[in-house]
Ligand binder design. Structure first.
Ligand code: NAD
Ligand code: UDP
Length: 323
Protein backbone atom coordinates (compact mmCIF):
# COMPACT_ATOMS: atom_id res chain seq x y z
CA UNK A 1 0.00 0.00 0.00
CA UNK A 2 1.29 3.46 -0.86
CA UNK A 3 1.93 5.55 2.27
CA UNK A 4 2.56 9.28 2.76
CA UNK A 5 5.90 9.35 4.56
CA UNK A 6 7.68 12.34 6.11
CA UNK A 7 11.44 12.14 6.61
CA UNK A 8 12.76 15.02 8.75
CA UNK A 9 16.45 15.61 8.14
CA UNK A 10 15.73 13.90 4.83
CA UNK A 11 18.48 15.69 2.91
CA UNK A 12 21.20 14.48 5.29
CA UNK A 13 23.56 11.53 5.00
CA UNK A 14 21.15 8.89 6.31
CA UNK A 15 17.95 10.76 5.47
CA UNK A 16 18.75 11.04 1.76
CA UNK A 17 19.33 7.28 1.52
CA UNK A 18 16.17 6.59 3.42
CA UNK A 19 14.22 8.89 1.06
CA UNK A 20 15.76 7.09 -1.90
CA UNK A 21 14.68 3.67 -0.59
CA UNK A 22 11.15 4.86 0.20
CA UNK A 23 10.75 6.56 -3.20
CA UNK A 24 11.90 3.33 -4.87
CA UNK A 25 9.26 1.45 -2.89
CA UNK A 26 6.66 3.75 -4.47
CA UNK A 27 5.67 5.71 -1.37
CA UNK A 28 4.73 9.37 -1.40
CA UNK A 29 7.80 10.87 0.29
CA UNK A 30 8.12 14.33 1.86
CA UNK A 31 11.69 15.32 2.70
CA UNK A 32 11.91 18.13 5.26
CA UNK A 33 15.23 19.80 6.02
CA UNK A 34 16.75 23.16 6.98
CA UNK A 35 20.04 22.16 5.25
CA UNK A 36 22.15 23.00 8.30
CA UNK A 37 24.47 20.02 7.81
CA UNK A 38 23.44 18.96 4.32
CA UNK A 39 22.67 20.37 0.93
CA UNK A 40 20.08 20.01 -1.79
CA UNK A 41 22.46 18.09 -4.03
CA UNK A 42 22.02 15.06 -1.74
CA UNK A 43 18.46 14.69 -3.02
CA UNK A 44 18.86 16.38 -6.40
CA UNK A 45 18.39 13.04 -8.19
CA UNK A 46 14.98 12.61 -6.53
CA UNK A 47 13.61 16.06 -7.38
CA UNK A 48 12.11 14.97 -10.69
CA UNK A 49 10.27 12.02 -9.19
CA UNK A 50 6.52 12.50 -8.92
CA UNK A 51 6.40 10.78 -5.51
CA UNK A 52 9.08 13.03 -3.95
CA UNK A 53 8.67 16.49 -2.43
CA UNK A 54 11.26 18.71 -0.74
CA UNK A 55 10.39 21.24 1.97
CA UNK A 56 12.83 23.72 3.50
CA UNK A 57 11.71 23.99 7.10
CA UNK A 58 13.20 24.08 10.57
CA UNK A 59 11.71 21.34 12.72
CA UNK A 60 11.79 23.50 15.87
CA UNK A 61 8.74 25.23 14.33
CA UNK A 62 5.42 23.39 13.99
CA UNK A 63 4.31 22.33 10.54
CA UNK A 64 0.97 20.95 9.39
CA UNK A 65 1.23 17.99 7.03
CA UNK A 66 -0.99 14.97 6.45
CA UNK A 67 1.09 11.82 6.69
CA UNK A 68 0.93 8.13 7.62
CA UNK A 69 4.50 7.68 8.84
CA UNK A 70 7.28 9.93 10.11
CA UNK A 71 10.99 9.17 10.38
CA UNK A 72 12.45 11.86 12.65
CA UNK A 73 16.10 12.29 11.69
CA UNK A 74 16.46 16.07 11.84
CA UNK A 75 19.42 16.86 14.08
CA UNK A 76 23.09 17.62 13.48
CA UNK A 77 24.94 14.39 14.23
CA UNK A 78 28.64 15.23 14.13
CA UNK A 79 30.14 16.48 17.42
CA UNK A 80 31.76 19.61 15.94
CA UNK A 81 28.50 20.71 14.33
CA UNK A 82 26.13 19.90 17.19
CA UNK A 83 28.46 21.73 19.59
CA UNK A 84 28.60 24.82 17.33
CA UNK A 85 25.26 26.07 18.67
CA UNK A 86 24.43 23.73 21.56
CA UNK A 87 21.24 25.55 22.50
CA UNK A 88 19.90 25.12 18.99
CA UNK A 89 20.85 21.44 19.15
CA UNK A 90 18.74 20.95 22.28
CA UNK A 91 15.85 22.82 20.65
CA UNK A 92 16.10 20.68 17.53
CA UNK A 93 15.91 17.43 19.51
CA UNK A 94 13.30 18.50 22.04
CA UNK A 95 11.02 20.84 20.08
CA UNK A 96 11.52 18.72 16.97
CA UNK A 97 10.29 15.67 18.90
CA UNK A 98 7.29 17.57 20.26
CA UNK A 99 6.37 18.79 16.78
CA UNK A 100 6.58 15.39 15.08
CA UNK A 101 4.78 13.71 17.96
CA UNK A 102 2.02 16.31 17.80
CA UNK A 103 1.71 15.67 14.08
CA UNK A 104 1.66 11.90 14.65
CA UNK A 105 -1.04 12.29 17.29
CA UNK A 106 -3.19 14.47 15.03
CA UNK A 107 -2.74 12.29 11.93
CA UNK A 108 -2.68 8.96 13.80
CA UNK A 109 0.66 8.40 12.10
CA UNK A 110 3.42 6.05 13.15
CA UNK A 111 6.60 7.90 14.16
CA UNK A 112 10.19 6.69 14.47
CA UNK A 113 12.86 8.51 16.43
CA UNK A 114 16.49 8.34 15.32
CA UNK A 115 18.10 8.15 18.73
CA UNK A 116 21.74 7.41 19.34
CA UNK A 117 24.33 5.35 21.17
CA UNK A 118 25.25 8.68 22.78
CA UNK A 119 22.38 8.12 25.24
CA UNK A 120 24.85 5.69 26.88
CA UNK A 121 27.43 8.50 27.27
CA UNK A 122 30.90 7.25 28.22
CA UNK A 123 29.66 3.77 29.11
CA UNK A 124 30.92 1.63 31.95
CA UNK A 125 28.96 -1.38 30.70
CA UNK A 126 30.38 -3.03 27.59
CA UNK A 127 28.95 -3.87 25.10
CA UNK A 128 25.88 -1.69 25.64
CA UNK A 129 22.46 -3.39 25.85
CA UNK A 130 19.30 -1.27 25.65
CA UNK A 131 18.70 -1.89 29.38
CA UNK A 132 21.87 0.04 30.29
CA UNK A 133 20.84 3.49 31.47
CA UNK A 134 24.01 5.24 30.47
CA UNK A 135 26.64 7.53 31.89
CA UNK A 136 26.19 10.99 30.38
CA UNK A 137 27.88 14.11 31.77
CA UNK A 138 24.94 16.52 31.90
CA UNK A 139 27.31 19.49 31.98
CA UNK A 140 29.82 18.59 29.29
CA UNK A 141 30.11 19.78 25.68
CA UNK A 142 28.38 16.63 24.33
CA UNK A 143 25.39 17.02 26.65
CA UNK A 144 23.40 19.22 24.23
CA UNK A 145 23.20 16.26 21.88
CA UNK A 146 23.15 13.38 24.38
CA UNK A 147 20.59 14.94 26.72
CA UNK A 148 18.54 16.32 23.83
CA UNK A 149 18.24 12.81 22.42
CA UNK A 150 17.47 11.39 25.87
CA UNK A 151 14.62 13.88 26.39
CA UNK A 152 13.35 13.05 22.90
CA UNK A 153 13.18 9.36 23.89
CA UNK A 154 11.30 10.37 27.05
CA UNK A 155 8.81 12.42 25.01
CA UNK A 156 8.28 9.51 22.61
CA UNK A 157 7.48 7.15 25.49
CA UNK A 158 5.21 9.72 27.15
CA UNK A 159 3.19 10.37 23.97
CA UNK A 160 3.01 6.60 23.53
CA UNK A 161 1.71 5.99 27.07
CA UNK A 162 -0.47 9.08 27.36
CA UNK A 163 -1.86 9.47 23.83
CA UNK A 164 -1.29 5.96 22.42
CA UNK A 165 0.89 7.35 19.64
CA UNK A 166 2.38 4.49 17.64
CA UNK A 167 6.13 4.99 18.13
CA UNK A 168 9.47 3.37 17.37
CA UNK A 169 12.85 4.27 18.89
CA UNK A 170 16.12 3.17 17.30
CA UNK A 171 19.51 3.85 18.90
CA UNK A 172 21.95 4.27 16.05
CA UNK A 173 25.66 3.53 16.55
CA UNK A 174 28.37 5.16 14.39
CA UNK A 175 27.30 4.82 10.77
CA UNK A 176 29.35 5.72 7.70
CA UNK A 177 29.20 5.44 3.95
CA UNK A 178 28.98 7.34 0.68
CA UNK A 179 27.34 10.78 0.92
CA UNK A 180 28.71 11.53 4.39
CA UNK A 181 29.42 15.24 4.41
CA UNK A 182 33.16 15.53 3.65
CA UNK A 183 33.40 18.36 6.20
CA UNK A 184 31.26 16.87 8.95
CA UNK A 185 34.26 16.30 11.19
CA UNK A 186 33.34 12.71 11.99
CA UNK A 187 36.17 10.27 12.20
CA UNK A 188 35.54 8.29 8.99
CA UNK A 189 35.10 11.34 6.76
CA UNK A 190 38.00 13.19 8.38
CA UNK A 191 40.44 10.30 8.00
CA UNK A 192 39.47 9.59 4.38
CA UNK A 193 39.54 13.26 3.38
CA UNK A 194 42.91 13.75 5.04
CA UNK A 195 44.42 10.59 3.54
CA UNK A 196 43.22 11.39 0.02
CA UNK A 197 44.61 14.92 0.28
CA UNK A 198 47.96 13.57 1.47
CA UNK A 199 47.52 15.31 4.84
CA UNK A 200 48.33 13.81 8.24
CA UNK A 201 45.56 11.72 9.78
CA UNK A 202 44.58 13.49 13.01
CA UNK A 203 43.82 11.14 15.88
CA UNK A 204 42.39 12.70 19.02
CA UNK A 205 44.16 11.20 22.04
CA UNK A 206 46.21 8.03 21.73
CA UNK A 207 43.69 6.31 19.47
CA UNK A 208 42.90 3.55 21.97
CA UNK A 209 39.23 4.63 22.21
CA UNK A 210 36.92 2.30 20.30
CA UNK A 211 33.91 2.62 18.03
CA UNK A 212 31.83 0.08 16.11
CA UNK A 213 31.11 1.17 12.55
CA UNK A 214 27.96 0.27 10.65
CA UNK A 215 27.68 0.64 6.89
CA UNK A 216 24.83 2.93 5.77
CA UNK A 217 22.87 0.29 3.78
CA UNK A 218 22.73 -2.07 6.76
CA UNK A 219 21.47 0.79 8.92
CA UNK A 220 18.73 1.90 6.53
CA UNK A 221 17.51 -1.68 6.16
CA UNK A 222 17.21 -1.97 9.96
CA UNK A 223 15.25 1.24 10.50
CA UNK A 224 12.81 0.39 7.70
CA UNK A 225 12.30 -3.03 9.31
CA UNK A 226 11.75 -1.39 12.68
CA UNK A 227 9.14 1.00 11.29
CA UNK A 228 7.30 -1.90 9.65
CA UNK A 229 7.68 -4.33 12.55
CA UNK A 230 5.01 -5.32 15.06
CA UNK A 231 3.38 -2.48 17.05
CA UNK A 232 4.19 -4.14 20.36
CA UNK A 233 7.93 -3.75 19.80
CA UNK A 234 8.49 0.00 20.06
CA UNK A 235 12.13 -0.23 21.16
CA UNK A 236 14.48 1.24 22.01
CA UNK A 237 16.54 -1.04 19.83
CA UNK A 238 20.27 -0.78 19.16
CA UNK A 239 21.20 -0.63 15.49
CA UNK A 240 24.88 -0.95 14.73
CA UNK A 241 27.66 -3.27 13.74
CA UNK A 242 29.21 -5.06 16.71
CA UNK A 243 32.62 -5.16 14.99
CA UNK A 244 34.67 -2.97 17.34
CA UNK A 245 37.86 -1.13 16.33
CA UNK A 246 40.23 1.28 18.02
CA UNK A 247 40.51 4.66 16.32
CA UNK A 248 44.16 3.82 15.63
CA UNK A 249 43.12 0.63 13.81
CA UNK A 250 40.67 2.70 11.76
CA UNK A 251 43.41 5.20 10.88
CA UNK A 252 45.72 2.37 9.78
CA UNK A 253 43.00 0.76 7.68
CA UNK A 254 42.14 4.04 5.94
CA UNK A 255 45.84 4.54 5.30
CA UNK A 256 46.16 1.07 3.80
CA UNK A 257 43.02 1.34 1.63
CA UNK A 258 43.79 4.79 0.27
CA UNK A 259 47.35 3.56 -0.40
CA UNK A 260 48.67 6.98 0.42
CA UNK A 261 52.17 6.27 1.64
CA UNK A 262 52.84 9.94 2.36
CA UNK A 263 50.21 10.08 5.08
CA UNK A 264 51.29 9.92 8.72
CA UNK A 265 49.07 9.23 11.71
CA UNK A 266 49.53 12.01 14.26
CA UNK A 267 47.98 12.53 17.69
CA UNK A 268 46.12 15.62 18.79
CA UNK A 269 44.89 16.46 22.31
CA UNK A 270 42.03 14.19 23.44
CA UNK A 271 38.51 15.59 23.25
CA UNK A 272 36.60 16.25 26.50
CA UNK A 273 34.12 13.51 27.48
CA UNK A 274 35.10 11.41 24.45
CA UNK A 275 33.58 7.95 25.10
CA UNK A 276 36.38 5.42 25.58
CA UNK A 277 34.53 2.44 24.19
CA UNK A 278 31.37 1.74 22.25
CA UNK A 279 29.90 -1.49 20.94
CA UNK A 280 26.25 -2.32 20.41
CA UNK A 281 24.64 -5.40 21.87
CA UNK A 282 22.27 -6.24 19.01
CA UNK A 283 20.49 -9.21 20.57
CA UNK A 284 17.13 -7.40 20.42
CA UNK A 285 17.54 -6.36 16.77
CA UNK A 286 18.43 -9.94 15.83
CA UNK A 287 15.43 -11.31 17.71
CA UNK A 288 12.71 -8.80 16.80
CA UNK A 289 13.83 -7.59 13.37
CA UNK A 290 15.67 -10.69 12.12
CA UNK A 291 18.40 -8.21 11.26
CA UNK A 292 22.12 -8.13 11.43
CA UNK A 293 24.71 -6.10 9.58
CA UNK A 294 26.24 -7.68 6.50
CA UNK A 295 28.95 -5.26 5.39
CA UNK A 296 32.34 -5.58 7.13
CA UNK A 297 34.33 -2.41 7.81
CA UNK A 298 37.00 -3.07 5.18
CA UNK A 299 34.38 -3.53 2.45
CA UNK A 300 32.30 -0.52 3.51
CA UNK A 301 35.38 1.68 3.73
CA UNK A 302 36.42 0.72 0.20
CA UNK A 303 33.05 1.87 -1.14
CA UNK A 304 33.19 5.04 0.93
CA UNK A 305 36.72 5.87 -0.23
CA UNK A 306 35.66 5.28 -3.83
CA UNK A 307 32.82 7.77 -3.36
CA UNK A 308 35.13 10.34 -1.74
CA UNK A 309 37.47 10.00 -4.73
CA UNK A 310 34.55 10.67 -7.11
CA UNK A 311 33.31 13.95 -5.58
CA UNK A 312 34.48 17.51 -6.03
CA UNK A 313 35.06 18.80 -2.49
CA UNK A 314 34.74 22.39 -3.74
CA UNK A 315 31.05 21.72 -4.23
CA UNK A 316 30.61 21.27 -0.47
CA UNK A 317 30.19 24.04 2.06
CA UNK A 318 31.49 23.29 5.57
CA UNK A 319 28.40 23.63 7.83
CA UNK A 320 30.52 25.12 10.66
CA UNK A 321 34.25 25.72 11.15
CA UNK A 322 34.43 22.63 13.42
CA UNK A 323 35.66 19.77 11.26
P1 NAD B 1 23.27 14.58 8.98
O1 NAD B 1 23.84 15.76 9.69
O2 NAD B 1 23.81 14.24 7.64
O3 NAD B 1 21.70 14.69 8.84
C1 NAD B 1 20.90 15.46 9.69
C2 NAD B 1 19.97 16.28 8.83
O4 NAD B 1 19.09 17.04 9.69
C3 NAD B 1 20.71 17.29 7.96
O5 NAD B 1 20.23 17.24 6.65
C4 NAD B 1 20.42 18.63 8.63
O6 NAD B 1 20.45 19.71 7.73
C5 NAD B 1 19.02 18.37 9.19
N1 NAD B 1 18.69 19.26 10.32
C6 NAD B 1 19.44 19.60 11.39
N2 NAD B 1 18.77 20.41 12.20
C7 NAD B 1 17.54 20.59 11.65
C8 NAD B 1 16.40 21.34 12.01
N3 NAD B 1 16.37 22.10 13.13
N4 NAD B 1 15.31 21.31 11.20
C9 NAD B 1 15.32 20.59 10.05
N5 NAD B 1 16.38 19.85 9.65
C10 NAD B 1 17.48 19.86 10.44
O7 NAD B 1 23.46 13.34 9.98
P2 NAD B 1 23.07 11.80 9.80
O8 NAD B 1 24.29 11.01 10.10
O9 NAD B 1 22.35 11.58 8.54
O10 NAD B 1 22.09 11.61 11.04
C11 NAD B 1 20.70 11.51 10.89
C12 NAD B 1 20.06 11.21 12.25
O11 NAD B 1 20.58 9.99 12.77
C13 NAD B 1 20.34 12.30 13.29
O12 NAD B 1 19.19 12.49 14.07
C14 NAD B 1 21.42 11.68 14.14
O13 NAD B 1 21.38 12.16 15.46
C15 NAD B 1 21.10 10.20 14.06
N6 NAD B 1 22.30 9.38 14.29
C16 NAD B 1 23.24 9.26 13.32
C17 NAD B 1 24.39 8.52 13.59
C18 NAD B 1 25.47 8.32 12.57
O14 NAD B 1 26.49 7.73 12.88
N7 NAD B 1 25.32 8.74 11.32
C19 NAD B 1 24.56 7.92 14.85
C20 NAD B 1 23.57 8.10 15.80
C21 NAD B 1 22.44 8.82 15.51
N1 UDP C 1 38.29 11.27 16.06
C1 UDP C 1 39.63 11.39 15.74
N2 UDP C 1 39.98 12.22 14.72
C2 UDP C 1 39.07 12.94 14.01
C3 UDP C 1 37.71 12.83 14.34
C4 UDP C 1 37.35 11.99 15.38
O1 UDP C 1 40.49 10.76 16.35
O2 UDP C 1 39.50 13.68 13.10
C5 UDP C 1 37.89 10.35 17.14
C6 UDP C 1 37.05 11.00 18.23
O3 UDP C 1 37.86 11.54 19.23
C7 UDP C 1 36.23 9.82 18.73
C8 UDP C 1 36.08 8.93 17.49
O4 UDP C 1 37.08 9.35 16.57
O5 UDP C 1 36.94 9.10 19.72
C9 UDP C 1 34.71 9.04 16.83
O6 UDP C 1 34.43 10.41 16.61
P1 UDP C 1 33.18 10.91 15.76
O7 UDP C 1 33.25 12.41 15.81
O8 UDP C 1 33.16 10.27 14.44
O9 UDP C 1 31.89 10.40 16.52
P2 UDP C 1 31.47 10.08 18.04
O10 UDP C 1 31.38 8.61 18.07
O11 UDP C 1 32.53 10.58 18.98
O12 UDP C 1 30.19 10.78 18.21
Amino acid sequence: MVKRILVTGGAGFLGSHLCERLVEQGHDVICLDNFFTSQKTNVEHLLGRKNFELIRHDIIHPIWLEVDEIYNLACPAAPGHYQYNPIKTVKTSVMGAINVLGMAKRCKAKVLQASTSEVYGDPDVHPQPESYRGSVNTLGPRACYDEGKRVAETLFMDYHRMHKVNIRIVRIFNTYGPRMHPFDGRVVSNFIRQALAGQDISMYGDGSQTRSFCYRDDLIEAIIRMMNGPDDFVGPVNIGNPGEFTIRQLAELVNELTANKATRIITKPPLPDDPKQRQPDITLARKHLGWEPKVPLREGLKKTIEWFRSIDMNQYRAPTPNY
